[in-house]
Design a binder for this molecule. Structure first.
Ligand code: HPA
Length: 269
């Protein structure tokens, strides 16, 4: 595994204040990092141990600075297993953020809506997840400096942070769904039969990220708030083909709501 401390040693001298809040910005949601004041921008390919992000709509840089008066570190773009990286590389930045000082993470993604009461462009608070990747980033020797061998996942997505997000959404008049995110490997979208199966399993939204990151964050006892942007209804629901272009167009359309919700939450952390 790449050395987390090497990455931390590279980043730390470039920033004056330790970030306590980490943001992982999903497809089309990277615009939030543009709101950061006096940003220190570090491309991933400069940082020891980081690999390159290859997905359109994912910039591939860390942005560190003030957001709503709080010192934050944002990942503008993330790594996915389907890009061909091993899971260690996918979760490496999460570990680096923790060792930079992060205690709370806001992890976001674009996801397909499985719950038929949802609509395209809805924001969904992640209440819980189902790991259907058949992988776990903690497989291998346990590093006791990070966390325990068998981490508890019974409150993976902090109840307190969810309540905070609900309060902020109510104040801002934002319709916020709450549901279960199922994480798959991708990169092909699901078939309609798979979506029916996932609904039976108790999932409300489906995506190809987040789950490994949250497992690693919880391993290190970092509090997590998860927010999905329902960028499309999942396969077979609207009987129209799915495309990454649609995902990007929807996130673009709801970005103002997304920005105000996350900024509202950060202001209150
Ligand atoms: N399925 C899986 N991942 C996704 C989807 C989807 O429909 N939309 C955005 N990410």
């Amino acid at each position: 595994m790449a050395n987390v401390q090497d990455a931390v040693a590279y980043i730390q001298p470039k920033v004056t204040e330790k970030p306590t809040i980490g943001l992982v910005l999903g497809s089309g949601l990277g615009v939030l990092a543009d709101e950061i004041e006096n940003p220190v921008v570090i491309p991933y390919d400069e940082i020891p141990g980081f690999t390159k992000s290859t997905v359109a709509g994912h910039k591939g840089q860390l942005v560190i600075g003030k957001l709503q008066g709080k010192q934050v570190v944002a990942m503008q773009g993330r790594f996915h297993f389907y890009e061909g990286h091993d899971l260690d590389a996918v979760v490496f930045p999460i570990r680096v953020m923790k060792f930079l000082g992060v205690e709370t993470m806001v992890i976001t993604n674009a996801a397909g809506g499985i719950n038929e009461s949802y609509g395209e462009g809805n924001l969904m608070l992640i209440a819980d997840h189902i790991n259907l990747t058949a992988r776990n980033p903690l497989i291998g020797p346990n590093d006791e400096t990070m966390g325990t061998r068998f981490p508890d996942m019974s409150e993976a997505y902090s109840k307190e942070l969810r309540q905070l997000a609900k309060n902020v959404a109510a104040e801002l008049g934002i319709n916020l769904q709450e549901g279960v995110y199922v994480g798959l490997l991708g990169p092909s979208y699901e078939t309609p039969a798979e979506i029916r199966m996932l609904r039976t399993l108790g999932a409300d939204a489906v995506g190809m990220s987040t789950v490994p990151e949250v497992i690693v964050a919880r391993h290190m006892n970092v509090k997590v708030l998860g927010i999905s942007c329902i960028s499309n209804m999942a396969a077979g629901i609207l009987e129209q083909p799915l495309s990454h272009e649609e995902v990007m167009a929807t996130t673009e359309r709801v970005k103002a709501q997304f920005l105000s919700l996350v900024q509202g939450v950060i202001a209150k952390l």
